[in-house]
Design a protein around this ligand. Sequence first.
Ligand SMILES: Nc1ncnc2c1ncn2[C@@H]1O[C@H](COP(=O)(O)OP(=O)(O)OP(=O)(O)O)[C@@H](O)[C@H]1O
Ligand SMILES: [Mg+2]
Length: 404
Amino acid sequence: MQSELTELVFCAPGNGGTGGMARNVDIAADDVAGIVNFAKKERLGLVVLGPESAVAAGVGDALRHAGFPVFGPDRAAGRVETSKAFAKELMRGAGIPTADYEVFTDADAAKLWAHDREGRVAVKADGLAMGKGVLVCGSVEEADRAIDSMLVQRSFGRAGSTVVLEERMEGPELSVFGLTDGKTVVPLAAARDYKRALEGDEGPNTGGMGAYSPPPDGGEEVVEEAVRTVLQPAVTALAAQGLEYRGVLYAGLMLTPSGMRAVEFNARFGDPEAQVVLPRLESDLVALMLTCARGDLASFPRPRWSSRAAVGIVVVSGGYPDSYETGMVLEGLTNIPGGVIIFHAATRYVPLSGLVTSGGRVLTAVGLGDDVAEARLAALSGAVRVRFPGAFYRTDIAQEAVGG
Ligand SMILES: Nc1ncnc2c1ncn2[C@@H]1O[C@H](COP(=O)(O)OP(=O)(O)OP(=O)(O)O)[C@@H](O)[C@H]1O
Ligand SMILES: [Mg+2]
């Protein structure tokens, strides 16, 4: 165990990778009663909410009610992620710099708003859509199509029955995680992630195709600005509504020509950003999370960081983010070079077959190095060794930071 505070780690439900280092338990992440019963049975000392579905189901509420320290917000505070309309209202009310927006349920009204901006808008499903519910448009035709697909054809189901339209912003993006106990915010190092499916930032948005840390334009001062102008005001505004947020508040930011703007919040660690940030953290993550859960973060020493860089490349199933096949046998995992960490996501252990794919984003190869260039080569050397039919990954992750 990397933390002295930890004897044993359980993952519910876990995957083919966590099974090798923790105990997988066959309980869905959003099975509230199942998780509370398990926590009681094992007398858990800390519960960390992983996916947004656990936050949305109210796993945090139920566990806190039962007396367990939880790292992850209650359902109501988690609306910063589960409702884009709630998040934008919070930002507006707290004076957080962000794109102008309006909420719509009527397609014609939405189109009028988009036409006033020549179609240069982002059309967002209000609810959760696995990172695929945002359509960034550049023309009136594109905006009309995006609005129709959500509000008329209902291609995102109920998640898209309310949409948020935002003015379109430009600039590089940055992700900053803020650990918080509901009062104090302690930031982690910044990361840049790659949301588009294809090389050169082409193709549809995905849950994330890669990330690296630290980005050259994401130094300490920028992180401090994110805390001062975005994360701390958000936590304070939530508290003012009676919503105590304990966990990690993830700020998606854009560095626009007129300054830093908030794009979105997530209510949990996001992949693959966390996979390039956490390996660089030298402080004890369990101690940090426990302090957030207990509510005395102000007394915690500032996290220490390695000067090494990390680059993560996500290996996905062919066809992702559209349709893809699962159940493909994974090979090459015993042949991963030193300095590379493999984080599993959608893998499953099947007796006789071994590890097989079980979703779109299968795993991330994270390379560490003295600088981004070295880390990138390490990540590529890991990704190329992972083989399964249809495997695909982007080769241009972090290239901007190394030139060429
Ligand atoms: N107002 C905007 N202007 C320009 N681009 C935008 C805007 N809003 C969102 N985007 C682009 O769309 C991406 C996804 O938007 P957003 O982060 O709101 O969606 P999400 O589905 O919640 O993403 P995630 O899976 O990272 O949580 C952003 O990273 C950004 O590239
Ligand atoms: Mg989000």
